[in-house]
Design a protein around this ligand. Sequence first.
Ligand SMILES: NC(=O)c1ccc[n+]([C@@H]2O[C@H](COP(=O)([O-])OP(=O)(O)OC[C@H]3O[C@@H](n4cnc5c(N)ncnc54)[C@H](OP(=O)(O)O)[C@@H]3O)[C@@H](O)[C@H]2O)c1
Length: 392
Amino acid sequence: MQKRLTLLGSTGSIGDSTLDVVARHPDRFSVYALTAHRNGDKLVDQCLRFAPQVAVVGDAATAQHVEQKLRAAGSKTVVAHGPQALIDVSKSDGCDTVVAAIVGAAGLEPSLAAARAGKRILLANKEALVMSGDIFMDTVRDSGAVLLPLDSEHNAVFQCMPHDGAHGGVTKIILTASGGPFRTREPSTLVDVTPEQACKHPNWSMGRKISVDSATMMNKGLEVIEAHYLFDLPGDRIDVLIHPQSVIHSMVSYADGSVLAQLGNPDMRTPIAHAMAYPDRIDSGVAQLDLAQVATLNFEKPDYQRFPCLALAMKALAEGGVASATLNAANEVAVEAFLNRRIGFMAIAQTVDAVLNALQNRSATSLDVVLEADAAARRAANKIIDSLPVPA
Ligand SMILES: NC(=O)c1ccc[n+]([C@@H]2O[C@H](COP(=O)([O-])OP(=O)(O)OC[C@H]3O[C@@H](n4cnc5c(N)ncnc54)[C@H](OP(=O)(O)O)[C@@H]3O)[C@@H](O)[C@H]2O)c1
């Protein structure tokens, strides 16, 4: 039966890759809703191509712009705006599958709405799970929703895990990491890194926020937290391994000494196609991996001195409660400030560390508690950033 998709964050990098897979399989997938924040023109192009019933944007002015363009082109797509509209298209009977690809905390409430409505959720928006881990996973369990990871590492782990729902013989998850653009750069020069350099990932083409997270390795830290919730393993059974080629997307090791790995070219269409068609396998448009051409696969341990954000994320996971939500919010504010040239690259870790130290941790007993922690961390991060020197 054809799957009907709501694609949250359709104008982003994951959105593009998802629509590429959709276009290859019109018999399998149709689009119920597409959502953007401010990029109305790109959303209009997508609507004219995929004819969703609903399109959502962030504000009234963008909605008016999109509506005018769609009507002029004869489109019947209904245009809505604002956070409630994102929630509405995520829980609507019009879709059975929600691709959660909004970046950052803004994706939490629509993703949770999809979980409450028992949808099949293809999760790229790792921040949602990092913020609200137990609440999100409990909601998925209680509603009978199906949660499939799109993040390439978690999708790889999912493919390598036993599929009987138990952890039969699993000893560890090994998340691979490319090490980003600064793996070998002289640490003393990291203070001079520019947003352009940080966004230039050696292997993956991604949005700006996740590109900076990859450069600080906060992305891998968020992924450790994500893996903890998705696969129900404690942090000390989730290893990070630097693998610069990004060919092995992650591994699972077993008690008998076996290590299962998932390999492929670094292209998000592979995990997206896997999750979209699961348990079937479909063409993703990605070329087959040529291992003879790759020739060499290298591995090394992560350097926690060079990448303090990775250590901060591990610490937040160990602390539990709202510490991960605090870490995530402080990081979002700091990355935005770095991209806007208000702080230097190393001040991202400095800000997150200071916010974690300044705010008291507490149990994540409800969504309101998590959202309060998120807001408090944003206030604290902005205050710290205001006191830091602007880079030359
Ligand atoms: N890119 C990858 O390869 C990759 C891999 C694994 C996981 N992920 C995860 O997937 C998510 C998306 O990443 P991305 O690289 O695709 O990001 P991106 O290219 O920056 O796209 C972000 C999308 O979210 C929308 N958006 C931004 N702020 C929003 C807000 N406040 N409210 C509603 N929508 C908003 C954007 O709309 P506009 O275009 O209108 O701004 C865009 O559609 C992130 O959580 C990331 O960690 C990405």
